[in-house]
Design a protein around this ligand. Structure first.
Ligand SMILES: Cc1cc2nc3c(=O)[nH]c(=O)nc-3n(C[C@H](O)[C@H](O)[C@H](O)COP(=O)(O)OP(=O)(O)OC[C@H]3O[C@@H](n4cnc5c(N)ncnc54)[C@H](O)[C@@H]3O)c2cc1C
Length: 390
């Protein structure tokens, strides 16, 4: 097989890239480890930045998003048992964010990709990338028990944090920047109407909590917990009791309870590799960086990377220019670090750290007070939250 761009991974990065390239007349083949059903049912992120929503409409994959997405013009920061709204529309030039689950985005993108008659090869295993420092790289893999080879001009490593592409780059060629957090999130999906129309971020003595949602009927709730928390220790009653304590307000607002349909523990880390390129291999999305989920940025950052990559590949094929490809990593990394900073800032502002002392606690509360009472500070939060320009 031969194509122009071999894309490893059919997550948001790989699928958006394929549609962006299609629009520029650039051919690609996507290799995906899992089945279509698996990737279309994998519950992950759920908040789309303004730019990501715009892009879905531009690519013609926004019909269901328009019907089912929930536009949010703000968030609540809750501390000392009081809520404070950050109004995005007022503070960020009328922009908002949209709640629409990642697996719904994946369904829309897969359907659009398959309609182009260019393939997604599902259940490909033993993917290996070769000759990255030549102008004729290639990929070998197993598909349906058959050994295959895909020749190409470029390889896009969109295979997530645990993928294979980053791992083949020689250790000396990459610098890794990493920070692990001493806590995780216990997340549940509950069949219960969300108690708030917008997301609620809680700073509490017992630890952080977040109210989010997947639809007007389904709540997504998170509790700060230990990194390797044992879910067996968390029967439904204990989860609801802890959530009620952390979300309690002086005006008596109540969470809505309902059957818990899924529960997970997610670790938290910040991670960046530089450069995001090695020869003809370009890393994008989680393959190159991870953010803690507090700022809801992981998916959106993956989309921003592939916009830059598609434009650079488009320039190569249209004009034979490698300039933008040469600048790919530097262009992305500049934005990646701003998003890392914001995600870290939200995380350190709202969580309890094991070595917290009363000074840290009072400092966090002072910062929350500042962020919610100063227009300049709330504006900074709002413009980062709705998404920095690409
Ligand atoms: C449990 C969980 C919860 C999350 N919650 C949030 C959240 O609330 N908010 C938020 O902003 N972000 C969240 N994230 C992060 C967000 O989902 C990711 O940032 C986003 O999926 C990144 O997209 P991606 O395309 O780069 O990588 P991925 O979505 O990881 O896609 C990579 C694709 O590559 C495939 N693949 C892997 N290895 C291979 C291989 N060897 N060969 C072929 N294919 C391969 C994978 O199957 C996958 O389909 C969460 C992530 C996880 C894991």
């Amino acid at each position: 097989m031969r194509t122009q761009v071999a894309i490893i991974g059919a997550g948001p990065a790989g699928l958006f890239l394929s549609l962006l390239l299609e629009r520029l007349g650039v051919e690609s083949v996507i290799l995906e480890l899992h089945t279509r059903k698996h990737i279309e049912e994998r519950v992950r992120a759920g908040l789309l930045e303004f730019n990501t929503v715009q892009l879905m409409h531009e690519l013609g994959v926004g019909d269901r998003l328009r019907r089912q997405g929930l536009e949010h013009g703000g968030i609540e920061l809750r501390f000392n048992r009081h809520g404070h709204r950050i109004d995005f529309r007022d503070l960020a030039a009328g922009k908002c964010v949209t709640i629409y689950a990642q697996h719904e985005v994946i369904k829309d993108l897969v359907r659009a990709r398959l309609a182009t008659n260019h393939p997604i090869l599902f259940e490909t295993t033993e993917v290996l990338v070769h000759a990255l420092d030549s102008t004729a790289p290639y990929v070998t893999f197993q598909n349906g028990g058959v050994s295959e080879r895909l020749d190409c001009d470029f390889i896009a490593g969109c295979d997530g944090f645990h993928g294979v592409t980053r791992a083949v780059i020689p250790a000396g060629a990459l610098t890794v920047y990493e920070r692990e957090y001493p806590f995780g999130w216990l997340g549940i999906l509950a069949q219960a109407p969300p108690a708030s129309k917008e997301l609620v971020y809680v700073h509490h003595d017992r630890g952080f909590a977040l109210l989010s949602m997947r639809s007007p009927e389904i709540s997504r709730l998170y509790l700060q917990c230990a990194p390797g928390e044992d879910l067996a220790q968390w029967p439904d009653d204990r989860i609801w009791s802890e959530l009620h304590q952390r979300f309690a307000t002086d005006d008596g607002g109540q969470l809505t309870e309902g059957p818990i349909t899924q529960r997970t523990v997610t670790g938290m880390r910040s991670f960046v590799v530089e450069p995001m390129q090695f020869g003809r291999l370009f890393l994008a999305g989680d393959a190159a960086h991870i953010v803690p989920p507090t700022g809801a940025k992981g998916l959106n950052l993956a989309v921003a990377d592939v916009r830059v990559l598609a434009e650079a590949l488009g320039a190569f094929y249209a004009r034979g220019s490698s300039d933008l490809l040469g600048q790919y990593s530097a262009t992305c990394v500049r934005r990646v670090w701003k998003v890392q900073r914001f995600s870290w800032w939200m995380t350190q502002l709202l969580h309890r750290f094991p070595d917290d002392n009363p000074f840290d606690h009072r400092r966090q509360l002072a910062e929350l007070d500042y962020v919610t009472s100063s227009r300049a500070a709330s504006q900074s939060l709002a413009e980062n939250y709705v998404g920095l320009p690409v």
